[in-house]
Design a protein around this ligand. Sequence first.
Ligand code: AMP
Length: 366
Amino acid sequence: MKRVGVLGGGQLARMLALAGLPLDLRLRAWDPAADPPAAPVAEHVQGDWGDPAALERFLRGLDVATLELEGVPVATAEAVAARVPLCPSPRALAATRDRLEEKRLALAHGIATAPFAAVDDEAKLVAALHEVGLPAVLKRRTEGYDGRGQAVVRDAASALRAWRDLGGAPSVLEGFVAFEREVSIVAVRALDGRVAFYPVVENLHRDGILRRTIAPAPGVSAEIETAARDLAARLLEALGYVGVAAFELFEVGGRLLLNEIAPRVHNSGHWTIEGASTSQFENHLRAVTGLPLGSTEPLGFSAMCNLIGDVPDPAALLAIPGAHLHLYGKEPRAGRKIGHVTVRATDRDGLLDVLGRVERVIGGTA
Ligand code: AMP
């Protein structure tokens, strides 16, 4: 038995805990919330990120620690890493929780991104608009997720409004990318440096929130698959990364632009629970505890739909053959991810058929 500590107790920690049980890995989740999604399946340590007593409770008897959200302050990660191995490291967290640092890292390794410029004040915003051009997207450097903390800007006036709406927080202005589609690759790097990849998947977002993932992404060229693996491997290596990470990408004109790195298991990898030989959650735990990685081979064709805001009738979903329902135990609220459904089929036509049935049930909520 090993005790694995997780910074954050959301649905990702909940699914990590479930994946850890068969390997007798016991999870302890530190989360400021009173009853986070991981609480029913992991030992919950409640406390703010700066709370020294919570830190001590979290560390007691821990073998290794990891994280499930990048909003954790780097200082908390450093306090943990000073006492117990933390994978990914505070350095990897610092480089990926900040959109500007992330883009600088990509640039330093020859990985293409949208054009970007740092925005710290109104003068910099004006300069950034000239440098990057319009339309553009203004994003907070930290703490933005699911489309929050960012706005599309079409002219100087809307840019200024967006900047004020973001509270004047340190931001980055990015050129708006007229992508053909969004894809991502989930990769896992072991303690010994070995890297394994899940196939490139196709992601559909609405209002900045992931709605649907199709795995593998239909019609991916060998060049795109190789390019995605190559950029993921280079960045993982550069960060000395251990564990699962996801790379969100724009596919445009036959090439890939890096949008974001998630230093954790990722929503676009949830399909791997039923759709791959080894799930992203199990592989993450294998990596951080020094176990051999499991096969990332897909089992047929899969799709994952997020349940956002409201719970559809579970019986209607479960009546669809091959549909797997995952609820996170969260209070329904507009724009909130409260669960997901995964479907699997042996061929693409079968997948589209069952996916259509699922989307008809969740249509009102997706
Ligand atoms: P992010 O939080 O950066 O992952 O952004 C959320 C979503 O907003 C992305 O998945 C895209 O659909 C969209 N988006 C973000 N940045 C850009 C961009 N530079 N150009 C076009 N769309 C974007």
